[in-house]
Write a protein that binds this ligand. Structure first.
Ligand code: DC
Length: 230
């Protein structure tokens, strides 16, 4: 049976990566977390003092960009494919609120997007992938056989994110997380290059009131339908 490509786009904290991982595991496909790549570049900028009180030093980041190589490697401990930057596993470091605060700005930079989109396309060229992000169905894999667009209310998404951050031991307030969710929604959908928008042929899923299990089963059945028709 031919393998298809599945593009999952949507606002932050809509459960895209959980769904993408589940689908990839069930179908025997590769999961590619495109947001992790933007986060890895942001982490680099933070670690190297390119983001200070005056904001992001865009020129300096673009100078360093050719030397930055994000990738994925299997972590034998977690059994998951995790993000690396120049060979270093940075999966844990990229999930902080500090990285979330700056990643939308980093992801507005044209050369950063060009580099990461090229990498995402090469990783997905043979199909058999589930990729999640903001521009996957519109720019990275416009030919994907299945495109999903995930939404949920900002309050529900913030409370999911808040719990995740608390579980990871971060000292955060719900209001602060909600503010970050709303701010990123705005930046992600209003930037000039490849803003977040639903592809014309994407199926929209609002999971504000839907359990993860139900959502997964519905989408898996839908994916299998498409695969069988190939
Ligand atoms: O999915 P995430 O929250 O880890 O993504 C982090 C940020 O990266 C998000 O706020 C916008 C950006 N991003 C993007 O611009 N394009 C993508 N394909 C994926 C993420």
């Amino acid at each position: 049976m031919r393998k298809i490509s599945i593009a999952i786009d949507g606002f932050s904290s809509t459960g895209k990566s959980t769904l993408a991982r589940q689908l990839a595991r069930e179908l025997g496909y590769v999961y590619i977390d495109s947001g992790a790549m933007y986060r890895a570049i942001t982490l680099y900028a933070l670690r190297n003092g390119l983001i200070g009180p005056g904001g992001l030093d865009r020129e300096a980041l673009l100078e360093h960009l050719p030397q930055l190589e994000p990738g994925f490697a299997l972590n034998p401990e977690s059994g998951r494919s995790e993000i690396t930057l120049n060979g270093e596993n940075v999966e844990a470091e990229i999930r902080t609120l500090e990285v979330s605060r700056h990643v939308s700005e980093v992801s507005t930079l044209g050369p950063v997007r060009e580099k990461l989109v090229a990498l995402q396309r090469s990783l997905s060229k043979d199909g058999g992938v589930v990729m999640d992000g903001r521009d996957i169905g519109t720019v990275v894999m416009p030919h994907a056989e299945l495109k999903l667009f995930m939404t949920a209310s900002p309050e529900i998404r913030a409370s999911r994110r808040y719990k995740e951050l608390l579980d990871r031991g971060e000292d955060v307030h719900y209001e602060e997380v909600l503010k970050n969710v709303r701010h990123r929604d705005y930046l992600d959908s209003h930037r000039d290059i490849s803003p977040l928008r639903k592809a014309a042929d994407a199926v929209e899923f609002d999971n504000s009131d839907m359990g993860l299990k139900e959502q997964f089963e519905r989408i898996l059945a839908h994916s299998r339908n498409i695969i069988e028709k190939k």
